[in-house]
Ligand binder design. Structure first.
Ligand SMILES: [Zn+2]
Length: 239
């Protein structure tokens, strides 16, 4: 319980950082420099403007300097990161917590970027593969051979799909499933793909029906693979 509470607070702070990553990474900007500024009036933000969720509420969703509306996405990302962290920390223990929070962070940030830009940055997925293999190298969560086979299985299957579909499957998704495989092994990557495809096709069909769009509409697959990855993580945890 204490761990979950600490993870919750930690999640709010990191969620605030993930907002910066989500905005800057797909735009090719540095995530370290310059300091946070309003994207409208460019005023550099002070610590009081950067308290997760609270600053947004206190300023009624507006920039304190130019009064322009701030996207609800900022507090939403902070809230979701904090909630995700608390849940993962509550149900895992020891080093598993670190693996869970890392995988959750990579999948969450990647999904939000994919939803907005239809890309999943390489720096996210490839760093993820290195992290997944590193955890396994220390014997945390899955054995090292499982991790390596996970990369080959996850990346290999979607690469094949990508080639056979003539580019219908993006390379970002290929690398994303390779990353999931590095954290969760070959079985984990297959479960992620299965769950992701299932939820993706249901949501996709409903979405096209409701919004009356034709089948050419591109629906990013990354968020669904990510949900599959989270389901897969729990499957390994309770196994
Ligand atoms: Zn402003």
């Amino acid at each position: 319980m204490v761990t979950a509470a600490v993870a919750l607070l930690f999640g709010f702070v990191l969620g605030s950082f993930y907002n910066v990553v989500i905005w800057r990474l797909p735009r090719g900007e540095s995530i370290i420099y310059p300091a946070s500024h309003c994207s409208s009036c460019q005023t550099q933000l002070q610590p009081i403007d950067l308290i997760p969720v609270l600053s947004f509420l206190m300023q009624r969703g507006r920039c304190r300097y130019c009064q322009r509306a701030i996207s609800w996405q900022y507090p939403a990302v902070e809230l979701m990161t904090a909630t995700g962290f608390a849940i993962f920390a509550y149900y895992t223990s020891g080093w598993q917590i670190l693996v869970g929070l890392t995988l959750f962070s990579l999948l969450f940030v990647g999904s939000v970027i994919d939803l907005q830009h239809k890309i999943i940055p390489n720096v996210l997925t490839l760093t993820g593969v290195v992290l997944g293999i590193s955890f396994a190298l220390f014997g945390i969560y899955i054995p090292i051979m499982d991790s390596l086979w996970g990369v080959v299985t996850g990346g290999g299957i979607l690469l094949l799909v990508s080639i056979l579909s003539g580019g219908g499957m993006g390379m970002g998704d290929v690398k994303l499933l390779a990353m999931i495989g590095s954290f969760l092994g070959p079985m984990g990557s297959l479960i992620s793909l299965f769950v992701g495809s299932l939820i993706g096709s249901i949501v996709g069909l409903v979405y096209l029906k409701v919004t009356n769009q034709d089948r050419k509409t591109v629906i990013p697959f990354g968020p669904f693979l990510s949900i599959g990855g989270l389901v897969s993580f729990w499957w390994i945890l309770i196994r």
